[in-house]
Design a protein around this ligand. Structure first.
Ligand code: PMP
Ligand code: GLN
Length: 385
């Protein structure tokens, strides 16, 4: 008897869990899974403690607590000039992961095609498969990792139902430019497609780069679901409070799916995320600046050791090519890395349908304390320098 449904066949264990486990087992420094090694701002944590102590411990409403839905709407207005209706156009989810899962389960039928940027964040592949849909990649190629408009157009067929767009992009660090976003919008409008965006790194863009939600482009609000999360923005990845904003009918279909996945999410954390979203922009600027310094620290260090480094425009991650160090294959490099250098990183290959496209690329997380990054670089220099 086959004891596994086809919808999960081949999905295995996430690379992030595997690599974090490897780091724990070997005592290596974990520059694999993207989570900060410090807590988010203490005033945000205090809000969660208060909520735990003041009776916010039973089920939140399925759509999320009103205070948080209002804060999400206010955040979209303050930062992007759009104002989703907190009662109909906002849904609180268990991380962006659940928002994306609910979008695929609630908006896509078996056999539909979903176009996504390759390399793909791993949950897209899994959720597209669990929805019975078919993924169509549009490759972001090294060294620039830019979106090629012709490749995007070529990926769309009469069966395409959705564009799933991640910017700032994990793992490449690409932030789509206004011109690239305009092409995505043009294709969506021309083919009457739904668009789901993953903007979890919206506040983590560097060198003064602006993040522009696709929903703000002309004609896009009616067809776009914007997903994000508190985890990356406020350095609380374990909280798993995310959200989706979009047209009321699309949000309603997602809620139908969401209510049978988790029904509702982390009640005492929701008021704290509402508080965080209302903090002055300077708090976000400080978090971003701190991360940008860490990006520079890691990228400069990796360059000086001899890696080819692709400096990211946003996110928690830098990508390197390991060929200058004599390796052809990132998986082989990452497998040796904990024992040879005492560091863990993630091979890009796992994010591609075509492993050759990312064969020699390796992703490094820099959302770690500066002393940890220095220690990791010291270890790498001794092993490879
Ligand atoms: N999308 C991307 C691109 C990510 O890197 C992550 C990891 N944080 C997620 C979604 C998942 O976000 P969450 O932890 O809020 O579910
Ligand atoms: N988003 C994180 C990363 O890319 C990992 C989240 C997870 O483990 N699912 O490293």
């Amino acid at each position: 008897m086959q004891r596994r449904a086809q919808r999960v066949t081949g999905l295995g264990t996430t690379i992030f869990a595997e690599m974090s486990e490897l780091a724990l087992r070997t005592g290596a420094i974990n520059l694999g899974q993207g989570f900060p090694d410090t807590d988010g701002p203490s005033e945000i944590l205090e809000q969660a403690v208060d909520a735990l102590r003041t009776g916010h411990n039973q089920y939140a409403p399925g759509r999320g607590v009103p205070e948080l839905r209002q804060a999400i709407s206010g955040h979209q207005r303050t930062h992007y000039g759009i104002e989703p209706d907190p009662d109909r156009e906002v849904l609180v989810t268990t991380g962006a992961t659940e928002a994306i899962a609910a979008a695929l389960l609630g908006l896509v039928d078996p056999g539909d095609e979903v176009v996504a940027l390759e390399p793909y964040y791993d949950s897209y592949v899994a959720c597209i498969q669990m929805a019975g849909a078919v993924r169509r990649p549009v490759l972001l190629r090294a060294p620039g990792f830019r979106l090629d408009p012709d490749e995007l157009r070529a990926a769309v067929t009469p069966r395409t139902r959705m564009l799933l767009v991640n910017s700032p992009h994990n793992p490449t660090g690409t932030v789509l430019t206004p011109a690239e976003l305009a092409v995505v919008a043009e294709v969506a409008l021309e083919h009457d497609l739904l668009v789901v965006t993953d903007e979890v790194y919206e506040h983590l863009t560097f060198d003064q780069r602006a993040h522009v939600p696709l929903a703000t482009l002309p004609g896009m609000a009616e067809r776009t679901v914007t997903c994000s999360s508190a985890g990356k923005t406020f350095s609380v990845t374990g909280w798993k409070v995310g959200w989706a904003c979009g047209p009321a009918d699309l949000i309603a279909s997602m809620l139908t799916a969401k209510q049978f996945l988790t029904y509702t999410s982390g009640a005492p954390l929701q008021p704290a995320v509402a508080y965080a979203l209302r903090l002055p922009a300077s708090v976000l600027d400080d978090l971003r600046e701190d991360l940008e310094n860490k990006r520079d620290l890691l990228c400069d260090g990796l360059t000086s050791i001899g890696f080819d480094v692709y400096v990211p425009e946003g996110t928690y991650f830098a990508t390197t090519d390991v060929r200058p160090l004599g390796y052809a294959d990132g998986v082989e490099f990452c497998r040796e890395l904990p024992t040879r250098a005492g560091v863990v990183a993630i091979p890009h290959q796992v994010f591609y349908d075509d492993p050759d496209a990312g064969r020699s690329l390796v992703r490094w997380a820099f959302c770690k304390r500066e002393d940890v990054l220095h220690e990791a670089l010291g270890r790498l220099r001794r092993a490879y320098g």
